[in-house]
Design a protein around this ligand. Structure first.
Ligand SMILES: [Mg+2]
Length: 94
């Protein structure tokens, strides 16, 4: 995960895109890319264009990773914390 993050940061630094990457803009972009992903499922349960599905999933993840990185959040840590919280909220006995 760290190597991919370094690649993403190099890509945006090389293009001087950090100036546009405020937390608000990144959070907005996550929703926009999620909408583009959802287009693949509009009026159909199975997507016809898996190439586009892969690209839009990647877009969502890239923006999410940039937002977390800029907020000094470690993705693996916060994912594990949320899984642990979900396990307490939804125990197997329920
Ligand atoms: Mg996209």
């Amino acid at each position: 995960m760290k190597e991919v993050m370094q690649e993403i940061n190099k890509f945006r630094e090389d293009r001087d895109w950090n100036q546009y990457h405020t937390p608000r803009n990144l959070a907005t972009s996550i929703i926009i890319e999620a909408g583009e992903l959802m287009e693949n499922f509009q009026w159909q349960d199975e997507p016809k264009d898996m190439v586009n599905v892969k690209e839009e999933i990647a877009d969502v993840l890239i923006y999410t990773m940039m937002l977390a990185d800029d907020l000094d959040l470690d993705l693996e840590t916060i994912i594990r914390e949320k899984i642990a919280k979900n396990a307490l909220k939804y125990p197997l006995e329920k």
